[in-house]
Design a protein around this ligand. Sequence first.
Ligand code: F6P
Length: 323
Amino acid sequence: MKRIGVLTSGGDAPGMNAAIRAVVRTGIDKGWEVFGIQRGYTGLINGEVVPLGLRDVGGIIQLGGTMLGSTRSTEFVTEAGQEKALRTLENQRIEALVIIGGNGSQKGAYALSQKGFPVVGIASTIDNDLYGTEMSIGVDTALDIALVAIDRIKVTASSHRRAFAVEVMGRDTGHLALAAGIAGGAEHVVIPEEEVDMDDLAARIRNAYERGKPHAILVVAEGAKYNAEALESYFAEHQAEVGFQLRITILGYVQRGGAPGAFDRLLATRFGAAATETISSGEHGVMIGLICGRVEKIPLSEVATTKKPLDQELLSLVHVLAR
Ligand code: F6P
């Protein structure tokens, strides 16, 4: 009988529970024993391992967060931390590990895999910045939450003829902001990947009013040089020249804590099932992701070392659509 482990790491994402459930139930279906590692790599280092049975993962598919807990472990980045983690796996006689998480987590997965331990990653981050997958677990739900906020902000912005900057998460990249901007009908997106010309931005907002719009919405990535707070202070200083008030709303963690929608539950379930299937076929050192709508395996060596490019076609549509 095979003994496998599953952990969630980094920022939680809606759908992580659905992925854990799928790993546990498809693993047990194969006749394996499945163990949950609590609190991500921290728990792996400290030996926080619990057996997971069919009933332990009951009633969680609809819940946000992660029943296993999650951390960002600084110790795991070190050689000593990774050796401790390997010792836990050896002591628990765990033969393969499923790692559910984003960029940092998949880098960790790659490190373990380079040390010869069989791991399979599952793409999960609301930032959608993982190379090798069109969608990661949690993105769709986080987008829906952002859109509820943007739609509501538009209403009050229109009443007052105001401009708003709505800040969404995305520490290093603008994938989430770009998608929220397109789906939310924003006038402009402000993202780390693009330099912002403040005169041009002010002109775009002024122009929106001149064309008869009652509001102007900017969707801003948290990691942009001009995040919501920086935009607010810039426009407060230049209000006389730009001729409008800019209000801001920072959505922050509210995007991460939602209950997963249908898309994320299905995606997470497909990813979880694919992870155990991969282990069963003897393959490892890969991450499960979505390519052209299909569940695929991408080498962790690529995932850990390649930056996901921004969708330039989508970016070029922002202004065309904001007329
Ligand atoms: O998981 C990704 C993310 O939500 C980023 O968008 C954000 O910058 C970061 O996590 C916040 O991390 P933490 O939960 O450690 O504050």
